[in-house]
Design a protein around this ligand. Structure first.
Ligand code: AMP
Length: 173
């Protein structure tokens, strides 16, 4: 079972995997196609990654970014890491945010960073079975497992050959 920080992750919400990295659809995307690229090993900081993990993570972000930009009709990508809690990281496990961008999607282009940075106040209860999937602070409803699984199943075919080559296809078999 893979984990994202303290949270066990369902294989149905993963759309990409290699021996060292996985791609996860987002519980609370800030743009259509906002996904996360995550090392399999649970470590909090970017500098904690080995050279192989860091390389695989970045190459995975390149591949995933190209696909989500195309599939969500983006024109650019915002790619970001909040590396530690003082930088806005809420889940203590390295992750790269990839967000397709379009002209005019935010009136002030950089407002997306404030949106990413909002506190995930009630993430724990949003994730537990049967609990209301609502963020208490933002009143932003988290997506259902069905919505997340559906998106992952739509993205997965774009990566199946890479996942097999890179030794990661075992996750959802
Ligand atoms: P950060 O604030 O940089 O740590 O980002 C955490 C990101 O993880 C946010 O975009 C959340 O919506 C997302 N997130 C948190 N828990 C989960 C989860 N279990 N599955 C998918 N996405 C999650």
């Amino acid at each position: 079972m893979l984990r994202f920080g303290p949270f066990p992750i369902s294989a149905t919400e993963i759309f990409y995997s290699t021996r060292l990295t996985f791609g996860l659809v987002n519980l609370k995307p800030v743009t259509p196609g906002h996904v996360l690229v995550i090392p399999r090993r649970v470590v909090p900081r970017f500098a904690d990654l080995t050279q192989s993990e860091a390389t695989d993570l970045i190459l995975s972000a390149q591949r995933i970014g190209a696909v989500v930009e195309r599939e969500y009709a983006g024109q650019s990508l915002t790619i970001t890491i909040q590396d530690g809690p003082m930088a806005g990281q809420t889940v203590p496990h390295v992750h790269i945010h990839i967000m397709p961008r379009r002209k005019g999607d935010w009136a002030n282009n950089d407002d997306i960073y404030a949106e990413i940075d909002r506190k995930e106040a009630d993430l724990g209860s949003a994730l537990s079975e049967g609990a209301p999937r609502v963020d208490a602070e933002e009143e932003r409803v988290a997506r259902t497992r069905e919505e997340m699984s559906h998106e992952a199943s739509q993205l997965r075919p774009f990566f199946s050959s890479i996942s097999e080559e890179m030794g990661g296809a075992d996750i959802w078999k």
